[in-house]
Design a binder for this molecule. Sequence first.
Ligand code: ATP
Length: 433
Amino acid sequence: MFIGMDDTDSNERMCTTYLAVLIADALEKEGFGTVSGYVHLIRLNPSVPYKTRGNAALGFEFNPAADSAEFRTKLISFVSGKIIEYAETECEKTNPGAVFIFEENDSELKNRLNLFFKKAVTDLVEIDEAQQLLSQYFIPHLSLKNGRGLIGALAVCGALMNPGWDETYEYLAYRFPEKWNGTAVLPRFVDTNSLIAADKATYPKTWDTVDYSEKKNPFPVCVPGSGDPVLFGLRGESPEVVLEAAERVVSEPVYLSAVFKTNQGTDAHLISVGNVTEMQPLHSYILTGTVVHSSKTNEGGHDIFVIQDQTGNLLECAAFEPTGSFRKVIRALASNDSVTVYGSFKNNTLNLEKIEVLSLTSIFAFENPTCPACQKRMESAGKGQGFRCRNCKTKSGDKIKIPVPRKIKVGFYEVPPSARRHLSKPLIRMKIH
Ligand code: ATP
């Protein structure tokens, strides 16, 4: 069977990843059966307005110890009880949902949930769509408040029932509850040097542990803030490599830890389009075009440039202030450069996650000619009279055209790890350095 859950945390407290691990462990301890494989941490459309943080949904495959209707009811009420106990339901944005799929061999349901999973990652889903599936296939579920969490809960079951997507792993270490769950959140201790050591030992099979974009001041990106129970998280290609990295980390005592199978770092949210008119708000896209207006940094520190697609439609693309040195690349673009942009579309602007510069246009500056005799720069001989060298008395007609060296090269550029979306594929995973 498959158990999916979502939407249990608030901006300040809890984390559905933590609750999923608590529930998986408790089910095993209480003799309900055994968890099969890794708990899944599935990131859904990063642009949905309802998310509290990273739009994660959690689920796992479970082998129940018995098959009777009575046993199923007991299992469902055990899991539901834990969600009711831990969910931050007083938060306006928190609308928990959980689903229990016992019909694991129903191929029609499997296909429907596969489509639902893909839609939840790339598109917007209505609660009604989730409810319709639940009633059509008689899927037992828990729905609290408006039940929006049912969307993520069903989506993660779609991922569990349809493996084969690009997968990555994350090791998450959790803090002792008294450190994050009391009236005051105690400061975290995770030694930065040990994170750098873990990163150096396992990169590129792990990524986004430390951000080195400020060369003199590398800082960890894998340690969250606030009342999140997560102490740190390490992302990588395999369960073995994230565990290897975790062994090198020096930190405050770890209360609980788990390795999750995820779709993080896979670009699963991006839709390739050929035309700006195909783009809808709150979706993420890949589009190729030609730069028509290069960027000027605005007051907020954001860089915005405009591209034109193959049919002449214009698109504003933004590298926002938190993308740091990525903005230097954006500022170096010039009209007629050809680029492919990757990012989410909101307020008529594509928020860049990465860019491929396909070709660079040649830029020229026009300068006064140099004197062939003394090599000094000539001066104007008067309006419409060309140029002359005052010393040598040499003359020349026109300004000379000098190629201006471009500050960027053809190739891929990405935002730094600290500004990266969970679903964005780092260039290192694309085998581009
Ligand atoms: P949590 O750790 O609790 O999952 P989060 O930041 O990951 O926190 P949620 O609190 O889960 O975000 O909020 C996201 C809500 O949006 C959930 O109710 C989820 O079911 C719903 N949701 C996810 N993807 C979509 C989508 N594509 N369309 C509509 N709703 C979605």
